[in-house]
Design a protein around this ligand. Structure first.
Ligand code: BMA
Length: 370
């Protein structure tokens, strides 16, 4: 072959590799809507440039306020909204008007639309009731729950009513132009622990995987829902094998994530280790990596943002880090995000101004859905 021939071969080979890579850089749902596809591709790219900040229930309530249009504790502290907004659907499955945290579902739908229109990202968690006992997500009295809701189980029909309500909610998420609003969905989270009925000691590996695959299949095939990216979200883990033990498969997971709260000694090291695993694995698999929940003792450790979280996560290509809610009524925990004049807010402004972090103003310019 002459020199020209070799160059041509090389060019064909490079194009081939590019095509393979491009195919790998799509969401797992082959029928994902154009906006969902764009979101996926943009998040994939963006994680190399900066880490978005997220906050649970950010627009719904905060410390000392509930349902104040346009208000956000994060904005009160730093002048900007988060880039990622978490929403909780627990009790939607019962047909209730509001969540287990007393937030109305129609309001959540409105905020999801607001966030989408300003170019932010919405992520959904679901602390759904235990379908076997009727008690809460935290009811771990039976190891039969997951088995009972899988096809053939005695609570399968009831579980389908839960999924139908979830599907109705998702199908109502429409933008002005009638297109569906893409959301991240993070079902059956923290399953490496055993405090929810779907946790490690409460079902087998195969049952967990079957449950995951069943809901993805049901939402996509029976309900024609194609505007969801699926987030696999463990609790803290100590080995890669532990992280992947219940992993349902690369074909049904778009985002590799974990939850990890600062409960004292060892947090930074654990955070670094878990971030290193999910980012390396996400890179190999052309997937998105995230810290799907965290929170620290910001009332006492007032430089938690720049002395603990930021240095731990800086080396890693993470899409986002989300802190849990600022309860409007006394809950089992205090605020996880800053609020007006909170003791950590000065440090949070430094976190906000750091090049690594991305908030709403910056992310709006990026047009994640185009
Ligand atoms: C937990 C706590 C609870 C809340 C639940 C679901 O971590 O914040 O108060 O009900 O999440 O949002």
């Amino acid at each position: 072959m002459n020199k020209k021939g070799w160059w041509l071969m090389l060019l064909i080979a490079i194009c081939g590799i590019q095509t393979v890579r491009a195919q790998g850089e799509t969401p797992t749902d082959a029928k994902a809507t154009p906006e969902t596809l764009s979101l996926y591709k943009n998040l994939l790219k963006l994680q190399h440039e900066g880490m978005m900040f997220g906050h649970q229930d950010d627009l719904a309530y905060g410390i000392g306020w509930v349902y104040e249009e346009g208000r956000s504790d994060v904005k009160d502290a730093c002048g900007d909204y988060p880039a990622v907004y978490g929403w909780e659907l627990g009790h939607l499955e019962l047909g209730d008007a509001y969540s287990l945290d007393s937030v109305h579902f129609d309001k959540i739908q409105g905020w999801i639309k607001t966030v989408y229109e300003r170019g932010g990202v919405n992520t959904i968690s679901w602390h759904l009731r235990n379908p076997l006992t009727g008690e809460t997500s935290w009811d771990t009295s039976s190891k039969e729950v997951v088995r009972s809701i899988l096809p053939g189980g005695e609570k399968h029909a009831l579980f389908l009513t839960y999924l139908d309500r979830l599907a109705d909610f998702l199908n109502q998420l429409k933008a002005e132009d009638g297109s569906f609003i893409p959301v991240l969905f993070r079902p059956f989270h923290e399953h490496t622990g055993s405090w929810f009925w779907w946790g490690k000691d409460l079902c087998t590996v195969d049952e967990y995987k079957a449950l995951w695959r069943f809901i993805v299949d049901y939402l996509q095939k029976e309900k024609s829902i194609h505007h969801v990216l699926y987030t696999y979200s463990t609790d803290r883990f100590e080995t890669e094998a532990e992280y992947f033990e219940r992993y349902p498969g690369d074909d049904v997971v778009d985002i590799l994530a974990f939850d990890l709260y600062d409960r004292g000694a060892g947090y930074s090291e654990a955070l670094k280790y878990c971030a290193s695993v999910v980012t390396a694995e996400a890179k190999k698999r052309s997937k998105i990596a995230a810290v799907s929940e965290t929170g620290g003792p910001i009332a006492q450790n007032t430089e938690w943002w720049t002395k603990t979280v930021l240095p731990s996560l800086r080396p890693y290509d993470l899409s986002y880090v989300l802190v849990w809610r600022n309860p409007w009524q006394p809950a089992s925990h205090g605020a996880f995000a800053p609020y007006k004049n909170s003791p950590d807010s000065e440090d949070f402004v430094r976190f906000y101004n750091d090049r690594k972090t991305l908030f709403q103003k910056e992310v709006s310019k990026l047009k994640l859905y185009e």
